[in-house]
Design a protein. Structure first.
Length: 103
């Protein structure tokens, strides 16, 4: 059991989780800038799959792949309909990242 949770107790995980909370509740409100948004993206992408890998240790690869795919979907315009549907129940906010053209 402890082996499954050891990553959740690592200093890097705790630091990123603390930074995510600080950023989402304070820094974004104070600065409203791209750096605050990217900080959330980075910390969230770091801690989210590690947390779910502890919950589902036999599906570690799938958790990391699904995390990446869901993040790309979440940050795209394709998720707008889902966001609007969820917003009828409770308000959530996300920023769409522009897709760069492929050259």
């Amino acid at each position: 059991m402890y082996d499954r949770l050891k990553n959740l107790l690592s200093p890097l995980f705790i630091f990123c989780l603390s930074l995510l909370i600080l950023n989402d509740f304070f820094l974004k409100a104070m600065f409203h800038n791209t750096l605050a948004g990217k900080l959330s993206d980075f910390c969230g992408l770091f801690i989210f799959p590690i947390f779910w890998s502890a919950v589902f240790p036999k599906h570690k690869s799938g958790v990391f792949i699904a995390s990446a795919a869901l993040f790309v979907y979440w940050k795209s315009e394709y998720a707008s309909a889902l966001i609007e549907l969820v917003n009828t129940v409770f308000k959530i906010h996300r920023t769409v990242d522009p897709i760069l053209p492929v050259i």
